[in-house]
Design a binder for this molecule. Structure first.
Ligand code: AMP
Length: 210
């Protein structure tokens, strides 16, 4: 456990964290842990956690720290995360970062930078497959409109991927998550990566700094 690699992908909504974390998982074999995915699964399953989280998520707000921290610590304790892990969407607040640092060592934080002017188009054009594959109506459309290339399932749009929710999420990012980046900058482990461009190009930039 002491040698396992801990990476954080941090960035605004729509900066490409999920896309890049999936590629890193494939290439490195580390567990991709997305608190957003875990929370959406809890909502879909109608679990108690899901019921408590849903209102915050639908409003474009943040789910209370205590709920998310428990969820994350559980995911870190699974065998899949024994060799290493890539956190996507956690930590988003200083208390989350403090709880994380008390539990595990973080080796590197990739700060995925995308100008806010590009975020809205990226997020509102995003389409999801229930199996977790992610498309974009313009930048990575499926072969058949509305259908997942891999599973054939119908694609859907996240309820928080609307322009007003995106604005709420961006302001949360500025207020709550910027200080998290500053915290890790003071530890000297943050690497800024330009998140504009084709996902493969962005991945090459990340691979180059790891
Ligand atoms: P994401 O898929 O990362 O954009 O997360 C979707 C939503 O889940 C967010 O807008 C929050 O409402 C909630 N969420 C995900 N991760 C966290 C977190 N670390 N802290 C608080 N809320 C979170």
């Amino acid at each position: 456990m002491g040698d396992r690699k801990g990476l954080i992908l941090i960035g605004a909504p729509g900066s490409g964290k999920g896309t890049q974390a999936k590629k890193l998982q494939e290439q490195l074999g580390y567990a991709h842990i997305s608190t957003g995915d875990l929370l959406r699964a809890a909502v879909a399953a109608g679990s108690e956690l899901g019921l408590r989280a849903k209102g915050f998520m639908d409003a474009g707000g943040l789910v209370p720290d205590a709920l998310v921290i428990d969820l994350l610590l559980e995911a870190l304790a699974t065998p899949a995360a024994a060799a290493g892990f890539i956190l996507d969407g956690f930590p988003r607040t200083l208390p989350q970062a403090e709880a994380l640092d008390a539990a595990v060592r973080i080796d590197k934080v990739i700060d995925l930078q995308v100008p806010f002017g590009l975020i809205e188009e990226r997020v509102t054009g995003r389409r999801m497959s229930p199996s977790g594959h992610v498309y974009h109506v313009k930048y990575s459309p499926p072969k058949v409109e509305g259908i997942c290339d891999i599973t054939g399932e119908a694609l859907y749009q996240r309820s928080d991927d609307t322009p007003d929710k995106v604005r709420a999420r961006l302001s949360k990012f500025e207020a709550e998550t910027r200080p998290v980046i500053a915290r890790y900058q003071s530890k000297g482990i943050v690497v800024a990566v330009d998140g504009v461009g084709d996902p493969d190009e962005v991945y090459a930039r990340i691979a180059a700094v790891l």
